[in-house]
Design a protein around this ligand. Structure first.
Ligand code: FAD
Length: 346
């Protein structure tokens, strides 16, 4: 008999949230290579929809109701945010999600490989664990995903630095300038007692971020954090195995947010895994409904986001300025952070 019903690789938001949905019915083991919870590079911006999944009391650092966008030539567009957005303390979010679990989370266990056959064998730096089902929530460089030869369509890198500045404003700011970042943007997020500065795109470096915001002149705890973020589509179900969260590239190809999309992935995975374990049905064919489910909710937005990304990657600074002119003329006042293109195109 295998040791566990389900092994979840990764105790980030996707892994912890999924575990919370299935642990009352099954014996679950969660493995994470980090020595302790937290430490992930992430701004923690999420729409109020997050409250449909978890209570956010004690996790919100600031609530933002607008964003100010700057073009390379300093044209400015100010947009309201539909429902407003929370800036969550990402470390506290991860701790909250792990601490409420009844299942053991084994930190300091790095998964090196998996074998899926009659059962699942998970090979780690602390020996082998076995289970009936495997869920890969192991992020952008997922070992579980790699085992099935899948690759995200696109990956960017995000870098961030926190400065000790008081800022109680309720707008975050975003800059576009291909002299600093070719296919992404820079941002400043007020978080009450601190301010976050960040940059996201391909080939970004801390030096660019620090030059742009003149970080050297700020009072700065200067804890630097960086992480890759995958996006686009690939297969997310295999015999006895599902992928959720960044491991499944469940992210927004415009902002690269993935917390809420990972929860949505978990919401669709839980009933499928439950049924598979109850009926002893572990074939790819049976598990395909997981992918159909999550894509029914996210596919349209991700597809439109990928098209926008392709268009954006072709723009030079002059054209970005022209896009700002079009947006200003359109009279657009508000944006939906989770599904902006569906909102814009009616
Ligand atoms: C700079 C930056 C800013 C961002 N800002 C936002 C934002 O504002 N809003 C938003 O929604 N999203 C944001 N994101 C994206 C968001 O952080 C991710 O989409 C989210 O963390 C995905 O959650 P996850 O649980 O799938 O993966 P992760 O949070 O990456 O968790 C994966 C876990 O798996 C573990 N793991 C990995 N490999 C192994 C292994 N081999 N063995 C054992 N354990 C393993 C890791 O230690 C980790 O704990 C940002 C990302 C970056 C880089």
């Amino acid at each position: 008999m295998p040791d566990f019903d389900i092994i979840v690789v990764g105790a980030g938001p996707a892994g912890s949230y999924f575990t919370s949905l299935v642990e009352k019915d099954f014996k679950v083991l969660v493995l994470d290579q980090k020595k302790q919870v937290g430490g992930k590079a992430c701004s923690g911006l999420v729409s109020r929809d997050i409250s449909k999944y978890i209570p956010v009391d004690g996790l919100v650092e600031s609530e933002l109701d607008s964003c100010i966008l700057y073009s390379p030539d300093k044209k400015i567009v100010k947009l309201g945010i539909k429902q407003s957005t929370y800036a969550l303390d990402r470390d506290r979010l991860d701790s909250f999600l792990v601490e409420r679990l009844a299942s053991p989370v084994k930190f300091g266990v790095k998964v090196d490989g998996v074998e899926v056959g009659e059962n699942v064998k998970v090979k780690t730096n602390q020996g082998e664990f076995t289970s009936r089902f495997l869920v890969g929530c192991d992020g952008a460089n997922s070992v579980v995903r790699n085992n099935f030869d899948q690759k995200p369509m696109d990956t960017v890198v995000g870098l961030m630095v926190m400065a000790e500045e008081k800022d109680l404003s309720n707008s975050f700011e975003v800059w576009f300038d291909i002299d600093f970042v070719k296919d992404g943007f820079l941002w400043k997020i007020p978080r009450g007692r601190r301010v976050e500065y960040g940059i996201l795109g391909t080939g970004v470096k801390f030096g660019l971020l620090e030059d742009f915001f003149k970080i050297g002149r700020k009072k700065c705890a200067c804890e630097r954090r960086a992480a890759p973020i995958p996006t686009g589509f690939h297969k997310t179900y295999f015999d006895r195995t599902l992928l959720i969260g960044d491991a499944a590239a469940q992210t927004k190809p415009w902002s690269f947010g993935g917390i809420l999309y990972g929860f949505i992935g978990g919401k669709y995975a839980a009933p499928v895994v439950t049924e598979a374990l109850q009926k002893n049905k572990f074939t790819e064919k049976f598990l395909e409904k997981y992918q159909k489910g999550w894509r029914s909710e996210m596919k349209k937005s991700i597809n439109m986001g990928m098209m926008f990304r392709e268009f954006f990657q072709e723009l030079d600074n002059k054209k970005i300025d022209q896009v700002f002119d079009v947006v200003k003329k359109s009279g657009l006042k508000e944006i939906d952070m989770d599904h902006p293109f569906i909102g814009l195109l009616g």
